[in-house]
Design a protein around this ligand. Structure first.
Ligand SMILES: *Cc1c(COP(=O)(O)O)cnc(C)c1O
Length: 434
């Protein structure tokens, strides 16, 4: 499989190179030159297949020239060792729960698959790499868990001191082994700047193999198509067209849904549901793309994105044809107040507790599907509510149960190295540990 850059300047590369480079040098995004279509017999018989069997068919369509099927199967079984059930919440209303992985958020799918694929390629070459990641919260947790104990890969995570939640901090700082955390006395932008400076430091790069694990890596996108196909396989028997509502920030998740659709999965419509950072819903209405800078803070903070990084991919999937995008995707945006009302509505009407991001997906579905008897509605739950406990408890007024996995995490001891925002200090640290 060859991948091109959406900016059309950098040359096309193979998938292995696209994964280790992350970004093409022209600052575009890597996209497969064409999206492979799976035979209709696959989609028809998918109800008899397990999540990992479905995942293997999808992954093989992209990786078959680079990774033998048997190896790909092993890798998927190790990376995706948790479920993604579509839970019936109400009549024709389903929640696709994507929080059963180690960090209890959907980013586990992308991070764990990317870690497994990178490790596979490195092992074949007996090479080692060091991953540097700056995080404002959620991504770091998924990456830390995803790469934990992965052979040939060292991970260093930089996070802003006092600016991530307690659970998020524990997810970064309690693993140890090949995962180290740096607590930077500054902002997320400072963390990002340190990482960027290290990538540009030729002296450092001459000595050490550095790589990034950011969310625009193509290896994080492909595995997100798995759970759409799996949800389709479990719900198609109801005989109604399916609508997926996706709570969106950088639009990787929705792009993955569109990849599954382009691979032949029947879908009536995707709902792009956002908070007040409504750049894409506005684009779908007007055809104008106007980034919001700086982005606006909300209670669904993993979606506080004012210039979605995967937007060029989303457009490319529709051949950059506005009319085609508009036919397949409908956009809705919600305020924090509306989000809180939805959290309460889901609890009162369906006895189902969700995080703020999931509540926005539910709202988008409710507003699109005025007549729920005519479709199967699926809203994606991108995180367990307990990851956003203070906000959810404040809305519902009372204590909520916390999953054992998070309870254990909170009781673990934090291990992090303090760091200033000076590049010299960061470099001295890297020289010492790498
Ligand atoms: C990252 C994240 C999102 C946004 O996903 P995108 O792929 O960036 O659109 C939504 N919800 C949660 C909980 C997240 O962590």
């Amino acid at each position: 499989m060859q991948l091109y850059s959406t900016n059309q300047i950098s040359e096309s590369v193979g998938i292995e190179e696209a994964i280790f480079q992350g970004l093409p040098s022209d600052n575009g995004l890597y996209m497969p030159e064409s999206i492979p279509v799976l035979p209709s017999s696959f989609w028809e018989n998918s109800d008899k297949m397990s999540l990992s069997e479905i995942a293997l068919e999808i992954a093989a369509a992209f990786f078959e020239e680079e990774i033998p099927r048997k190896d790909l199967q092993n890798l998927i079984e190790k990376a995706i060792d948790f479920d993604a059930p579509s839970v019936e919440v109400g009549e024709n209303l389903y929640c696709l729960e994507l929080f059963h992985g180690p960090s209890m958020a959907f980013k586990d799918f992308g991070a764990r698959f990317m870690a497994a694929v990178m490790s596979y390629f490195l092992q074949k070459k007996s090479r080692k790499i060091n991953i540097l990641v700056a995080t404002s919260g959620d991504t770091g947790g998924a990456v830390a868990q995803g790469f934990y104990e992965t052979p040939n890969i060292n991970v260093i995570i930089l996070y802003p001191k006092g600016k991530v939640s307690e659970i998020q901090e524990k997810q970064l700082t309690t693993l140890g082994k090949n995962v180290s955390a740096l607590e930077v006395d500054g902002t997320f932008d400072d963390c990002q700047k340190l990482v960027k400076t290290a990538f540009l430091d030729q002296e450092l790069r001459a000595k050490h193999h550095l790589a990034s694990a950011n969310s625009i890596n193509i290896a994080r996108l492909i595995p997100q198509a798995f759970y759409y196909a799996y949800a389709y396989s479990r719900l198609k028997g109801k005989g109604l067209p399916i609508v997926f509502s996706v709570p969106s920030g950088n639009f990787g998740n929705l792009s993955a849904g569109v990849i599954a659709y382009k691979m032949g999965m029947p879908v009536q419509k995707f709902v792009a549901a956002t908070n007040v950072n409504k750049v894409v819903p506005e684009y779908l209405r007007s055809g104008e793309y106007s980034p919001i800078k700086p982005s606006i803070s909300t209670i669904s903070n993993a979606m506080d994105v004012g210039d979605p990084s995967n937007f060029p991919r989303l457009k490319a999937l529709f051949g950059n044809q506005f009319e085609e995008i508009k036919d397949q995707i409908v956009g809705f945006a919600y305020t924090d107040e509306e989000t809180k009302v939805a959290i309460k509505e889901l609890k009162d009407n369906f006895n189902y507790v969700v995080c703020p991001h999931t509540a926005i997906a539910y709202l988008g579905l409710r507003d699109y599907l005025v007549d729920i008897s005519k479709a199967t509605g699926v809203f994606l739950s991108t995180a367990h509510y307990a990851k956003f406990l203070p906000d959810v408890e404040a809305v519902l007024g009372g204590k909520l149960p916390i999953p054992e996995r998070l309870e254990e995490l909170i009781s673990k001891e934090k291990v992090a190295q303090g760091m200033t925002t000076e590049y010299a200090a960061f470099k001295a640290y890297l020289e010492k540990v790498l």
